[in-house]
Design a protein. Structure first.
Length: 339
């Protein structure tokens, strides 16, 4: 790292240049500095989150630093981003944790230095490892698609495949267990990070939220349980992978696929009948609220706390009795990613 100037503003600018962080200038010492760390840089959900944070920071005169893991699950990359942002003067860091437990020591170090840390979308484990959480109610998102799938099945015996995230992740558990609850099956409560199991589930597999892995997982499940009629997926890329596997075997017409996300591609797939229904969440809103909280902290010294629900709505291709939903046009107007 180059030798830093003694002048605070110039020293901050030099740190930023050495670390390769975006959005810092010599004037940053006089304005709120906020960091945003996403799971990856490529997932449309996190691209939209970054867009929301950027717009909010620009509108309110804050400096935004951005970083991300290289892949979903990259804890080390997120730890480095936290350390770099603290060194560059961030007083608030917004993060979507890749590893809910492993990130905690780095978060604690930042908080011990007076940095407010807000989790976006995904909580830490335990959730009070950060000052606050701004996120979708993932359990409720699961409940909505569970209710939809049960109604759409029309009383037939359920043979369910679940394509989950990966073991132990709070978001994966909440969506999975909420789905079971909405379907009327035995389910752990929203605080559990263990995946519920029920005899109606004929196959469970991890998709890591990835299209290709979702397709492989679905192909493997079809070998074990070829008569599946409902597929729950952790997100829309996994849903698209599941559909590809079903279509290759000519089973795509008789299976109800439900998911969570609400991205533009996913909503379009609802319109095409690839996905029957999806619970739409709002990453731009999460990030904008996080930036606003960071600016308020810089001005008042008062931190936010607890959980803030950023909203969820069910988007369905065909409405079903007893389940409130929005149509595809409404989902497309509020979606994120490429249209």
């Amino acid at each position: 790292m180059p030798r830093l100037s003694a002048h605070p503003a110039l020293r901050l600018a030099a740190v930023a240049a050495a670390l390769g962080l975006a959005g810092i200038s010599a004037r940053a010492a006089d304005t709120p500095v906020i960091g945003l760390i996403t799971k990856t840089e490529t997932n449309p959900f996190f691209v939209k989150m970054k867009e929301g944070a950027t717009e909010a920071a620009r509108a309110q005169g804050a400096r935004l630093l951005t970083g991300a893991g290289k892949t979903d699950g990259d804890n080390a990359g997120q730890v480095t981003a936290i350390e770099n942002m603290v060194a560059a003067g961030a007083k608030t860091i917004l993060i979507t944790p890749n590893d809910a437990k492993a990130i905690l020591p780095a978060v604690k170090k930042a908080r011990d230095r007076g940095v407010m840390v807000i989790a976006l979308d995904s909580p830490t484990d335990p959730a009070d490892g950060t000052d606050a959480l701004f996120a979708t109610d993932n359990y409720q998102a699961g409940v909505l698609i569970g209710q939809y799938a049960r109604s759409a099945l029309g009383g037939k015996p359920a043979k369910i495949v679940t394509l989950d995230l990966h073991p132990g992740h709070p978001v994966g558990a909440q969506r999975h267990n909420g789905f079971l609850k909405g379907f009327g099956l035995a389910a752990p409560d929203a605080k559990s990070n263990e995946l519920g199991r029920d005899p109606a589930i004929v196959c469970m597999a991890d998709s890591y939220g990835d299209r290709a892995k979702g397709q492989t997982a679905m192909e493997n499940c079809l070998q074990k349980a070829p008569e599946v009629n409902v597929v729950y997926t952790i997100n829309e890329p996994a849903a698209a992978g599941a559909y590809n596997a079903l279509k290759r075997l000519g089973k795509d017409k008789g299976v109800i696929i439900v998911s969570v996300d609400g991205g533009c591609e996913g909503v379009a797939n609802v319109g095409k009948g690839v996905i029957a229904a999806t619970s739409q969440q709002y990453p731009l809103r999460m990030a904008a609220m996080g930036v606003e909280a960071g600016i308020a902290y810089a001005k008042s010294g008062k931190k936010v706390g607890g959980y803030t629900d950023t909203g969820v709505a069910l988007i369905a291709g065909t409405p079903v009795a007893g389940v409130d939903s929005k149509d595809v046009a409404t989902g497309a107007a509020l979606c994120w990613g490429k249209k």
